[in-house]
Design a binder for this molecule. Sequence first.
Ligand code: ADP
Ligand code: ASP
Ligand code: MG
Length: 437
Amino acid sequence: MKVLKFGGTSVGSAVRMKDVAKLICDGNQKIVVLSAMSGTTNSLVEISDYFYKSNTSGALERINVLEQKYNEVIEDLYSKIEYKTEAIKIIKTNFEYLRSFSKAVFTLFEEKAILAQGELLSTAMFELYLKEIGENCALLPALDYMRIDKNAEPDTAFIAENLDKVLNSIPDKMIYITQGYICRNFYGEIDNLQRGGSDYSASLIGAAIKASEIQIWTDIDGMHNNDPRFVEGTKPVPYLHFEEAAELAYFGAKILHPTCILPAKLNNIPVRLLNTMEPDAPGTLISMQSKKGTIQAVAAKDGITAIKIKSGRMLLAHGFLRKVFEIFESHHTSIDMITTSEVGVSVTIDNTKRLDEIVNSLKKLGTVTVESDMVIVCVVGDLPTENVGFQAKAVHALKEIPLRMISYGGSNYNVSFLINAEDKKKALNALSQGLFS
Ligand code: ADP
Ligand code: ASP
Ligand code: MG
């Protein structure tokens, strides 16, 4: 069985939902994972923010605007009156639920319950539409099987066991529809897999059912060789190795959630990136196969902070790096990039919640310098050391950009550069020019 995930834009209007229905109704059994309609999760974040600030009228105003949008979608999506009536009932219940938070104390728990409404709405509406057009379909409630553990990591054994149970309780359906992004946490409360997490849902589901393929349908024809939001003339990459795709996703290629490749890679399930607006385009196939001797793509990750620790005693003092890493570990902050020299070490982080505490502790080990507003630019491809010259090509392309850190050798698939945020667009364009033109 295949798992097909459709993102926010792909289900962003009545017309789009109808297009998705045409795409998936091909006589093959499948699981379809849906995101919230585009813009909905952002609106829900905004509504939560008003509730946090005890601005009930602000929240209610935004809820009304969002509800109006859904009422318009219903008008266009269903033809038969009984389906319209049923959809209006669903929408009403959801929006009454949203309004009910004006009376409650507002905490992270309530926020997560609000954020879950986008996927609950899109899947309920889509299931109803498939029923209207006579499809043999059923809804798989993600909150019944998708779970994260105490460390906010997916509980893969629980997911596999419970998804199997849910599937067995509604056998013989052609299309199973389920919510991306949402889950329960270790305590059974409603939670989520972080923004953009529907891709992760799809690959976790694919891994759980040992799917033959995971398809991520979005608004672009596959993984492009550079970020199309900053570079013109980017091109889709036909084939990527799991490792290459994972590096690109982690280092900022928004088309994939940072961690969504791992479950597919561990189970050797190919992932195909496809365009809902151009379904015949070949897109990108991510698998064990790699394209030898090529630089495949470039991505950039924003919001990076660099921390340099200089110590005269570093080289001779064994255990220095362990002490540095322990400080980051004790503050639950992961390191993205690292470079070392005889006198010091530089690392980067993207989570600055505990920066002050980290810097305080690091000062016991040496002189600490912090630079914020940095960007990691990552060049990905088949880059083992035998492929002489690839790294040099990337460095040469960036010859006019101040490079704060360079990292190569962590894998055979990437070389990364730390630069100032203001140079990001210039760097991405220079790399396209130097590597792909
Ligand atoms: P969805 O809502 O379907 O999950 P996203 O907005 O999360 O879609 O991801 C698709 C977007 O990712 C594209 O519209 C594109 O702007 C952006 N993007 C960034 N880098 C890349 C890349 N290297 N290749 C393709 N798309 C990219
Ligand atoms: N709806 C969620 C978001 O906007 C999850 C997703 O689209 O993947 O972040
Ligand atoms: Mg996405």
